[in-house]
Design a protein around this ligand. Structure first.
Ligand SMILES: NC(=O)C1=CN([C@@H]2O[C@H](COP(=O)(O)OP(=O)(O)OC[C@H]3O[C@@H](n4cnc5c(N)ncnc54)[C@H](O)[C@@H]3O)[C@@H](O)[C@H]2O)C=CC1
Ligand SMILES: O=C(O)C(=O)CO
Length: 328
């Protein structure tokens, strides 16, 4: 008999098809996982779950007695209760590395768009206001040779630093949990406190995971520390920022502009004041969304899932301790 698995929301088609050939797959999207009966029924028998941003908590796990592995199709795993999964000897995996360069490209995309006011100018040209768009009212600011401040100098943070250094000859400040000597040497990056970074950067860029420590990391006080000319970029998770404080900082001119790929609530509420601001560039959480990278993420997530179900060690485990416990 084929093993039962749940595919939740996004998985690239060829990968889904290949899993459907080998497993008894229930594919679900746009459902309320707290109440959906079909989901609950499949959960009881499922040995694996693969998908994007499914909230895997104690309640869900109480209803999933046969679960062996949860394979996230993302590198961020703030949607998973890792402690609870580990306690129950359930493997958890994510998709690091394969998306790093793409997300760094996206960060530079929104940074350049905000600094050079690309969406605003695009709108003017398309609404036949070419002449009005010329002149100082619509000048942007330079990116090259300015100071970028990277908060979270991990895989993606370093790919951003590489672009900043070798593409734009920028001065690089960074703040992270630990110092990264490698990055300091390679990119001429300078480690500093979060406060120093915020007060000295032209472009503070947030790219940490969402954890209890980073939840609300950037709020009123932090915006007050930023330069009035600062363009703030967030590609981490919406909840690393207190969004009402970001809105206030933009409204009062405490900072100049923002580029946002992530929001406190996703999809973003149509009433969110950020959507009305010309100095805010928005994306619908598509940092890694290119054909090439989404496919690589799906493939890696499927490799993780299949390894776990076949009793092999998944390549990119979040909780390797479970593997040790299972093979002891
Ligand atoms: N917008 C999007 O589509 C995407 C967003 N992401 C977000 O980016 C995050 C980072 O991904 P990677 O670079 O691959 O992870 P990583 O684990 O390689 O790097 C994270 C870095 O953040 C640092 N960090 C953690 N807590 C911190 C704190 N309290 N203060 C300062 N620094 C702290 C860590 O030391 C580490 O250097 C993901 O967890 C995810 O939330 C990732 C991919 C796509
Ligand atoms: O990988 C992640 O963490 C994302 O946000 C989506 O790619």
């Amino acid at each position: 008999m084929k093993k039962k698995i749940i595919v939740y929301e996004r998985l690239e088609k060829p990968v889904l098809k290949s899993l459907q050939e080998k497993y008894d797959v229930k594919f679900l999207k746009n459902i309320d996982t707290q109440t959906n009966e079909e989901f609950m029924n499949h959960l009881k028998e499922a040995e694996g779950i693969i998908g994007l941003a499914l909230e895997v908590n104690k309640t869900l796990l109480d209803n999933a007695p046969n679960l062996k592995i949860v394979s996230n199709v993302s590198v961020g795993y703030n949607n998973l209760d890792i402690e609870e999964l580990t306690k129950r000897h359930i493997m958890a995996t994510n998709t690091p590395d394969v998306l790093t360069d793409t997300v760094a490209d996206t960060v530079f995309g929104i940074l350049l768009a905000a600094a050079r006011r690309i969406p605003e100018l695009d709108n003017l040209v398309k609404s036949k206001q070419w002449v009005e768009a010329l002149g100082p009212d619509y000048y942007g600011v330079d990116v090259h040779h300015k100071t970028i401040g990277i908060i979270g100098m991990g895989r993606i943070g370093q790919a951003i630093a590489q672009r900043a250094k070798f593409g734009f000859d920028m001065n690089i400040l960074y703040h992270s949990r630990t110092r990264k000597q490698d990055a300091e040497t390679k990119f001429d990056a300078t480690y500093c406190s979060l406060d120093d970074l915020l007060s000295k950067s032209d472009f503070p860029v947030l790219i940490t995971p969402l954890t209890p420590e980073t939840r609300g990391l950037i709020s009123k006080r932090e915006f007050q520390l930023m330069k009035p000319s600062a363009i703030f970029i967030n590609a981490s998770r919406g909840k690393t920022v207190v969004e009402k404080d970001l809105i206030a900082a933009l409204q009062t001119g405490e900072i100049a502009a923002a580029g946002l790929d992530v929001f406190e609530q996703e999809p973003v509420s149509p009433n969110n004041p950020l959507l009305e601001m010309k100095n805010v560039v928005t994306l619908p959480h598509v940092g890694s969304s290119t054909y090439e990278t989404e496919l690589k993420m799906s493939e890696l997530a499927a490799r993780n899932l299949e390894a776990g179900l076949n009793g092999e060690k998944p390549p990119t485990m979040i909780n390797p301790k479970v593997w040790e416990l299972l093979t002891k």
